[in-house]
Write a protein that binds this ligand. Structure first.
Ligand code: CMC
Length: 391
């Protein structure tokens, strides 16, 4: 079986060939299907980017209209699936609610689970894209004890999501167009990031030929971790703790640099970006624009202070640690009215087209094998079993 190489955390090991997303971590470049992230964030929309990631090319107007129409027709949840939310405790975190509901989709749509049937994969793709925002909104309504709103399919994906999240049955809700635009752009920025932890999870589960819903549900759990998507809420918790305690920005940074267990500068550092994170650059601009009008935001001030100190400090400079996508998103989500627990859910909605595209690419690739890493065994050498009365 040959020699096994140890690569903890897959720092140097490619797990697949992929045509979807290109990253140059030293130059701070991110492209989806060849298109620079800056151009997509400026000119495209989330559903168009979803199409691009999944099908490989930008859609024509007719293709986009047809795709949008299909997604809009599938936004409703089966009433039985809706009742799943009754079973969760009221304070259930929305991420496991999201993952459980996505997992349950494979019990409702048993007619479309075959990974090798194109039509079934198509319908699962559309169902997932359409239903995840509804599931996300319901997980929030569950937490705050408000009634669930049915989707309104005359609205765009983002408008509909905001209405189901913040709207009430008896009151008309009209989403602020600036907020719709900003959230759509944030979803674009999160839409894919090649073989990150959650995407690799989706691929690994899918490599056993598990269905799309099961694979994506596993990816949502991976995303929930604080070192991955969970970092966006962890950043806000960190900023709030600094604001509300005796801690100063300086004393917090000293703890980080001393590597106090459990204390990291959340929202900083990246496995691949060693210069800057191009997504963070775009998001920082959005944050600045958003808070320019509003009166001073104390948490933003703390974030800026942390960033300024870090960028001038040898600990961070020598380790090439820069703000990542999560450093400023939490502040924007908070300003939009989302509670901290929902931040990673928003990341999941954004990342979904990437997970789907990567899963489909893997299934369609004839060279795919089941993901099965090797190990370096460090346990006991052979020894004889000792009967209980002799121990
Ligand atoms: N604060 C303080 N020190 C850090 C940080 C940080 N945020 N990130 C890395 N380091 C140090 C780390 O202690 C290590 O130091 P040394 O070489 O002395 O042991 C060095 O930098 C390299 O770190 P690493 O943990 O080996 O790097 P990694 O590539 O395994 O981890 C990371 C990448 C993103 C998990 C890590 O930088 C981190 O934990 N950051 C904070 C959490 C975060 O913001 N995550 C979001 C990532 S971007 C979006 C996403 O994936 O969801």
């Amino acid at each position: 079986t040959g020699k096994v190489t140890l690569d903890t955390g897959f720092v140097n090991t490619a797990s697949c060939r992929s045509e979807i997303t290109y990253i140059d971590g030293d130059a701070g470049i991110l492209r989806y299907r060849g298109y620079p992230i800056e151009q997509l964030a400026e000119g495209s929309t989330f559903l168009e980017v979803s199409y691009l990631l999944i099908y490989g090319e930008l859609p024509t107007a007719t293709q986009l209209e047809e795709f949008t129409g299909r997604v809009q027709r599938h936004t409703m949840l089966h009433e039985d699936l809706k009742r799943f939310f009754d079973g969760f405790p009221r304070n259930a975190h929305p991420m496991p609610q999201l993952s459980s509901a996505v997992s349950a989709l494979s019990t409702f749509y048993q007619d479309s689970l075959d990974p090798f049937d194109n039509e079934q994969v198509e319908i699962s793709t559309v169902r997932l894209l359409a239903k995840l925002p509804t599931i996300a909104a319901y997980s929030y309504k569950k937490n705050i004890g408000q009634p669930f709103l049915y989707p309104d399919n005359s609205q765009s994906l983002v408008e509909n999501f905001l209405r189901m999240t913040f709207g009430l049955p008896a009151e008309p809700y009209e989403a602020d167009p600036l907020m719709v635009k900003a959230l759509d752009q944030l979803f674009i920025l999160h839409a894919d990031h090649e073989q990150n932890c959650s995407t690799s999870t989706v691929r690994l589960v899918g490599s056993a030929q598990a269905n799309l819903f099961a694979s994506v549900s596993a990816g949502i759990h991976a995303l929930s971790g604080p070192l991955h998507g969970g970092a966006n809420s962890a950043v806000l918790e960190m900023l709030t703790t600094i604001r509300d305690s005796d801690e100063t920005v300086e004393s917090f940074m000293e703890k980080v640099k001393k590597k106090t267990p459990g204390v990291r500068l959340m929202g900083f550092g990246h496995r691949v970006y060693k210069n800057y994170d191009p997504r963070a650059a775009i998001i920082k601009k959005t944050a600045d624009e958003m808070f320019e009008k509003a009166a001073g935001n104390e948490l933003l001030d703390i974030a800026k202070e942390l960033e300024t100190i870090a960028l001038a400090d040898d600990y961070f400079v020598s380790r090439k640690l820069y703000p990542n996508v999560d450093f400023y998103t939490g502040l924007i989500y908070q300003a939009m009215g989302f509670p901290t627990e929902m931040f990673t859910v928003l990341f999941a909605i954004g990342r979904l087209p990437g997970w789907i595209a990567q899963w489909r690419e893997m299934i369609a690739d004839p060279s795919t094998k089941i993901g099965r890493p090797r190990q370096v065994y460090t346990g006991a050498a052979e020894r004889d079993y000792v009967a209980m009365d002799a121990r």
